[in-house]
Design a protein around this ligand. Structure first.
Ligand SMILES: [Zn+2]
Length: 686
């Protein structure tokens, strides 16, 4: 489908209550009529019921027959019906009472066995799942099948880091060439050690998890190919996709067989109507969109779980879909119904979809061939191998802290942009090779305290202009607050020197960490410093340095991942980080939000036409009667437009004021909470 023809055409999961067939069909028809929804996936087998009994196969046969019946009923309405195979690794009979499990269960790093999830290496389970899926496809002929995101290893009831079953231990030991298998206890000890061998083993382990999931998908695909090779089978990307070995593309291809690979990328919130966590929620789907191969069809997980506006507003759902379309997604798996026998009781979501289809379609058509702008946030899918393991949990981080920091500061970011500095925090730095590190040091790089600490530990202190150490306990206690020094030139909209009242990160947030920046190179500049309660300097908190390779380096002393306090989110910090990023890049940011807090800005440009596009999301609960953006002179164009609710570009009045080489754009448009504005700057009239 060319982007010029793009139509927003969501796929809606639907729980079809069998004893209310008439009502269910009527609900689906109403969704078509009122919201233009014409693709559904029926939810089955769920987590209980007949599919858990020894006679489970009968439940799959009946579901296949139901699928066919529903499809035939709705075909003349132009409605397509597929299957939402949920769950996936947890299907199959459960043992009765004290019986032994019929399949190898997934085992956690602490030896705990999952109550429901089966190990994908178990041949009996491979046969069972392949048989079930083949049965449904043969009888029901669904055009598409989605496998729920429990298609993963490291997130099943009690198992948060797996699978340490005998089959996996044996396979792992063979792979690394050991004569006899390591025991779970031996492997656990190595994994927790945190040395080089530990990281190597953990990466190999993650790849083994991926291979197991790929092999199972291959088998399921082969079974379906025997009856319907044209059926599309899709992966619902789980949140542990990278922890389990960066599975997304390989598993999607295995499920797809000879059809076009299709993936639903995760990126929603559960049980929360918080607005300002938007950047954290959406970071990983931007990463996936920018790093997966172009031939994959990518749709967004637009899931307002638990599918009721008591927990999740339609505005938030609309915002997430808007961002997915802005990033160039091919569609959305949109949850607009309740999983009850009154699926349309909640009208908010499907009404929103009906009213926003033209907007989503117009937006997605407009972004074809645009490229993201702004500093690059480093994210490495295998960085988890370097992260300490706490308890029995996977140390899985799917959004670097920089996403939240830049997002709430109104600074656009990207994953792949060539120009601009690289924002690095935590263990991601440890996954870079020596050559990659040297490249990094030649350009501009912004390090959080933990990343700087790791670099110093590995002997790179001279290239970052300081020795960053893990301070003794009394260091934190001696910090009263943080203040700007006279070397800080960026003070727009700020007053005074103190960044916050008291040291919120260390004294209030007990689990926050701060590092000591010491042994500064004499050419390093201290922009802000920690001081004690008598106003005496304790240590630098933010420093700049130009190294011998000509690269520019900035360090902030906090572990950003563990800090969401006012010591990061304050007006002085917003200006400080914004100024530092421009200094690191030696050029202006393309665009950023002027003063207002929690305004998420995303930006992209078209290389040939020079057109620019900016999406602005107000994540504050305060309305913004007027939007003010600061725009690089190169981004200012003759005409400005705003995308209206019908998906059309309408001319926009902007008051432009030139302020030290960049333009202040005052846009007389209100921007209410999670009601995004999409702007376009161009030299051609639309
Ligand atoms: Zn296993």
């Amino acid at each position: 489908m060319s982007s010029a023809e793009f139509q927003f055409d969501p796929i809606v999961p639907f729980l079809f209550v069998v004893n209310k067939k008439k009502e269910m069909l009527a609900a689906m028809r109403r969704l078509k009529r009122e919201a233009g929804i014409k693709k559904f996936i029926l939810v089955f087998p769920q987590w209980n019921g007949e599919s858990k009994l020894p006679t489970a196969i009968r439940a799959f046969e009946k579901f296949g027959d139901l699928m066919l019946e529903v499809r035939e009923h709705l075909a003349e309405d132009g409605i397509e019906v597929g299957w939402w195979c949920s769950p996936s690794l947890s299907v199959g009979p459960q043992p009765l009472n004290e019986q032994k499990h019929p399949f190898q269960k997934i085992i956690g790093i602490d030896g705990a066995a999952s109550r429901t999830a089966n190990c994908p290496l178990d041949k009996k389970y491979i046969e069972l799942l392949s048989g079930y899926v083949q049965t449904v496809v043969k009888r029901g002929r669904p055009p598409f099948v989605f496998f729920e995101d429990d298609y993963e290893i490291s997130n099943h009831d009690v198992v948060k880091f797996g699978c340490f079953c005998p089959l996996h231990l044996k396979r792992f030991s063979e792979q690394i060439g050991l004569g006899k298998p390591l025991s779970r206890e031996e492997l656990e000890a190595i994994f927790r050690r945190g040395d080089e061998l530990s990281a190597d083993y953990r990466k190999t382990w993650a790849r083994l998890m991926k291979d197991s999931l790929v092999e199972l998908a291959d088998e399921v695909r082969a079974a379906v190919d025997e009856v319907a090779p044209q059926t599309r089978m899709a992966l619902c990307q789980p949140g542990t996709c990278d922890f389990d070995g960066d599975i997304t593309e390989a598993v999607a291809r295995a499920f797809a067989g000879s059809t076009r690979p299709l993936v639903r990328l995760f990126g929603s919130d559960y049980n929360s109507d918080a607005a300002n966590n938007f950047p954290g929620l959406s970071f990983h789907f931007l990463h996936s969109k920018q790093t997966l191969s172009n031939d994959l069809e990518l749709i967004h997980e637009s899931d307002p779980y638990p599918h009721s506006r008591f927990f999740f507003s339609a505005a938030k759902l609309r915002s997430l879909i808007t961002l997915a379309m802005f990033y160039g997604f091919d569609g959305s798996q949109t949850y607009v119904t309740q999983y009850t026998d009154g699926p349309l009781e909640e009208e908010g979501y499907f009404t929103m979809v009906g009213q926003s289809r033209a907007f989503f379609s117009g937006l997605r058509r407009s972004v074809a061939d645009f490229h993201m702008a702004g500093p690059r946030i480093l994210y490495r899918p295998f960085a988890h191998a370097y992260r300490p393991i706490v308890g029995n949990r996977a140390p899985n981080v799917v959004a670097p802290a920089w996403a939240s920091v830049l997002g709430r500061f109104g600074i656009p970011y990207s994953i792949k942009s060539e120009a601009g500095p690289v924002m690095v925090c935590g263990e991601d730095i440890l996954d870079l090779s020596k050559d990659e590190l040297m490249e990094l040091f030649k350009g501009g790089v912004f390090l959080d305290g933990l990343a700087a600490f790791y670099l110093c530990k590995n002997g790179y202190g001279d290239l970052i202009g300081a020795e960053v150490t893990n301070p003794e306990g009394t260091f934190s206690d001696s910090i009263g607050y943080e203040r700007l020094t006279e070397l800080t030139p960026w003070r727009e909209h700020t007053e005074g020197e103190r960044m916050y009242y008291t040291n919120l990160a260390v004294t209030v947030h007990q689990d926050s960490l701060v590092f000591r920046i010491g042994d500064l190179n004499e050419s390093a500049q201290v922009l802000s410093e920690f001081v004690d309660e008598f106003d005496q300097a304790v240590a630098p908190s933010t420093v700049l340095f130009t190294n011998r390779l000509g690269g520019r380096v900035a360090i902030n002393a906090y572990n950003l991942h563990l800090n969401s306090s006012a010591s990061i989110y304050n007006y002085k910090r917003k200006e400080q980080f914004r100024g530092i990023i421009e200094w690191l890049a030696d050029k202006k940011l393309p665009v950023y939000a002027d003063k207002d807090p929690n305004v998420f800005v995303s930006a992209q440009e078209h290389q040939e036409s020079g057109d620019k596009m900016v999406a602005v999301f107000n994540m504050s609960l305060d309305p913004m009667p007027q939007l003010t953006l600061m725009i690089d002179a190169l981004w200012k164009k003759k005409y400005a437009y705003c995308l209206d609710d019908d998906g059309e570009w309408i001319s926009l009045d902007i008051k432009w004021t030139l302020e030290s080489n960049k333009f202040k754009a005052e846009i007389s448009r209100s921007c209410s909470t999670l009601h995004p504005l999409v702007l376009r700057f161009t030299d051609q009239q639309i």
